[in-house]
Design a binder for this molecule. Structure first.
Ligand code: AMP
Length: 216
């Protein structure tokens, strides 16, 4: 089953995709995570992407399309995947359609997590992650039980994303409205777009998503 999660930055796409990955062994493909790993490893792609990401701008389509074409061609994606963060432009959506039809497959579900802008700023600016095990937290909604210690692995390497600051968030939201939101009508016209209220608590969103995908 191939799933696409859409929605603005901070809508909970990554959280929901990770939950599906943990519960059902699905493969999560997060282009943001892939780019951050590429930057950490000082790869040419990461070096090129960094200047855009630091400003909150989208990385050029040709780079992203090449990156995703390689990733969905890898063996672990043969049984299906959850896309989180790609496509982000109509050109990327069209390229994805071409890639999938060449593989004689398609997107089975396209789900938008809808969240208002004012809630997004609050959500993004408070989030942080354990750099050791990847568990996600939030200053207000999901603080660690002990200050600065990961509840899951006990690590103290808690990190915030460089682009989760007030100024960059504004640019990322503008990029979403101007460049990414136009892909919603693209999928709506195909009759495949479903919408879930992403402002509900995380476990409610997961329950709705699981129902919509016909999972148990
Ligand atoms: P995310 O982790 O999905 O919020 O992505 C973080 C940043 O990575 C974005 O602000 C963009 O700069 C870049 N990025 C991730 N995915 C894409 C994409 N599909 N197209 C262009 N830029 C992307």
């Amino acid at each position: 089953m191939n799933i696409l999660l859409l929605g603005p930055p901070g809508a909970g796409k990554g959280t929901q995709a990770r939950l599906l990955e943990e519960r059902y062994g699905m493969v999560q493909i997060s282009t943001g995570d892939m780019l951050r790993a590429s930057i950490k490893n000082n790869e040419p792609l990461g070096r090129e992407a960094k200047s855009y990401m630091d400003k909150g701008l989208l990385v050029p389509d040709d780079l992203m399309i090449r990156m995703i074409a390689i990733r969905i061609g890898e063996p672990d994606c043969a049984k299906g995947f959850i896309l989180d963060g790609f496509p982000r432009t109509v050109a990327q959506a069209q390229a994805l359609d071409r890639m999938l039809s060449a593989k004689k497959t398609k997107l089975n579900y396209v789900v938008e997590l809808a969240v208002d802008d004012d809630r997004l700023v609050e959500r993004i600016s408070g989030r942080f992650t354990c750099g050791d095990c990847g568990e996600g937290y939030h200053d207000m909604f999901k603080p660690t039980k002990a200050p600065s210690v990961c509840d899951i692995c006990g690590g103290t390497n808690l990190t915030r994303r460089a682009d989760d600051n007030a100024e960059t968030i504004k640019t990322r939201l503008s990029a979403y409205h101007e460049q990414t939101a136009p892909i919603l009508p693209y999928y709506k016209a195909k009759g495949s777009l479903k919408i879930i209220d992403g402002m509900a608590p995380m476990d409610h969103v997961q329950t709705k998503l699981v129902q919509l995908l016909g999972l148990k």
